[in-house]
Write a protein that binds this ligand. Structure first.
Ligand code: DAH
Length: 352
């Protein structure tokens, strides 16, 4: 059946009321049922249903019919079109077009299910306990009239050692277990092994009187264990003024320990040695069971250190101290293993 014949026979059928449309639809259905591939189905669909196909052509001739016959002819055309359309769909399905898509859709499916907690309140992040301890310390010292300074984490030998009265032959260099950086002269550039270099940077940049604390990250070759981390945090304190003595240092330590731990906690200084202070001490705080716990080092700033920063030791004196913030947080929260601070297990962190 050619398109011409199809259209003519339908038109004739419409005109004389004797079928034709139904025959066309039946013939099309048979052809579609026999189609062997999707291209044949597409070609048949195009030929039968497009705007110049037999059905469209027949429809354009409805206007020429007797008005009484038009509605019935239109209905028969629509029915024929619907039959052909469902035969096309059936042929497509039989030949697997739908199945192919199903596979593809299944493979491309995205699971966008979002599970909301029972309560509508979303859980919020919180400040890490070490950061909280640092903020707390800053607050206490700012309350005592100190300002907060920061220095670089990568330092030169001058700031980390030399200016702090630790020349390269000095045995104290070995005690710092320094991590060196492969830059410039050997052992000249390093990750700072304490926050004391910020003392030097501050004295270089500011005129006395100076009252600063410098919290920040420090690094040593330590292997991580229950009480050590290779990257840890310290806070440094420096006070430079006229007529400062060891009593001022002891009073300052007592005041900030009281502000942190409560008035019941006592402090004591024990003689010690650091190259950058003279005299030097270690300071301890009392525990409820009456024993003492070492917190950090301190002392009167060595005259050589003041001179290295262009400050006249005859006119100005000062004290300095430094201790580990992570250790303080371990103590405060009675944590068994300092490595918990860097494991970042939310079940641990969410307790603070
Ligand atoms: N920098 C020392 C350390 O890391 C701690 C220290 C001791 C800091 C005495 C000071 C000080 O400012 O006066 O072991």
């Amino acid at each position: 059946m050619t398109d011409e014949q199809g259209a003519d026979s339908i038109a004739e059928g419409l005109a004389d009321g004797m079928g034709g449309v139904e025959e066309t639809a039946a013939a099309a259905t048979t052809q579609l049922e026999a189609a062997a591939d999707l291209e044949t189905v597409a070609a048949l669909e195009r030929r039968l249903l497009n705007r110049s196909g037999p059905l469209a052509e027949a429809k354009s001739r409805i206007g020429a019919l007797d008005p009484a016959e038009r509605a019935a002819a239109g209905r028969r055309l629509n029915e024929a079109r619907a039959r052909i359309e469902s035969a096309v769909a059936a042929a497509r399905e039989r030949l697997g077009a739908a199945d192919d898509n199903d596979d593809r859709y299944a493979a491309e499916r995205l699971d966008l299910t979002e599970r909301l907690p029972r309560s509508t309140a979303l859980s919020r992040g919180r400040i890490h306990p070490v950061t909280a301890a640092r903020y707390r310390l800053e607050d206490v010292f700012v309350g005592m009239g100190y300002s907060v300074e920061e220095g670089p984490e990568v330092e030169s030998a001058w700031y980390n050692f030399e200016a702090l009265n630790i020349p390269d032959w000095h045995p104290a260099r070995g005690s710092f277990d320094t991590i060196f950086v492969n830059l410039g002269e050997p052992e000249e550039v390093m990750l700072r092994s304490h926050t004391s270099p910020v003392q030097i940077r501050t004295m270089e940049n500011r005129e006395p009187p100076i009252y600063v604390v410098a919290p920040g990250r420090t690094f040593r070759t330590d292997t991580a264990d229950a009480t050590h981390l290779p990257a840890f945090n310290q806070i440094e304190g420096l006070a430079i003024d006229r007529d400062i003595n060891l009593g001022d240092l002891a009073g300052t330590i007592n005041t900030f320990v009281g502000a942190l731990f409560g008035r019941d906690v006592e402090t004591r200084l024990r003689p010690s040695y650091f190259p950058f202070t003279e005299p030097s001490a270690e300071f301890d705080i009392s525990r409820p069971d009456g024993s003492w716990l070492e917190l950090g080092g301190c002392g009167m700033v060595h005259p050589n250190v003041l001179r290295n920063c262009g400050i006249d030791p005859e006119e100005w004196q000062g004290f300095a101290f430094g201790f580990g913030i992570d250790r303080l947080a371990v103590m405060r929260h009675e944590i068994d293993d300092i490595r918990e601070f860097v494991n970042n297990d939310v079940r641990f962190l969410s307790q603070f």
